[in-house]
Design a protein. Structure first.
Length: 121
């Protein structure tokens, strides 16, 4: 018996788009039930028209192999136009799966430091 009988966790997909760039922010769970929504959005015709597609998955709480396949499909279609921004836990999943070696992952932007504070040298 499954511990959680409420069904799959929801996926959130928000898109911010300019003429040349699209940022797709994904939150929640990317799994067998929700990955098709992500694939449909990332593979849609309006995403093919941008010069750069940024897939921000920093707010993804869970990703199974279906989510990994969705990222691989995005890379297959968009190639070097795709940039993926992942948090530490998801980056570890990508590293352990071997996908980290060829998916275009960008680092999270550094957290701002308080004014007047110097970082130790």
């Amino acid at each position: 018996m499954c511990a959680d009988q409420r069904g799959p966790a929801p996926i959130g997909i928000e898109v911010e788009r300019t003429r040349t760039r699209a940022i797709v922010r994904v939150s929640g769970s990317v799994d067998l039930h929700t990955a098709p929504d992500l694939v449909a959005r990332v593979l849609s015709a309006d995403m093919e028209a941008v010069d750069q597609l940024v897939l921000d998955v920093t707010a993804v709480e869970f990703m199974d192999s279906s989510g990994l396949v969705a990222l691989l499909n995005a890379y297959e279609l968009h190639g070097e136009r795709l940039r993926i921004i992942a948090g530490p836990s998801l980056e570890a999943v990508l590293r352990h799966s071997g996908a980290r070696s060829f998916l275009p992952l960008d680092q999270l932007p550094a957290a701002p430091t308080p004014e007047g504070r110097r970082d130790a040298a």
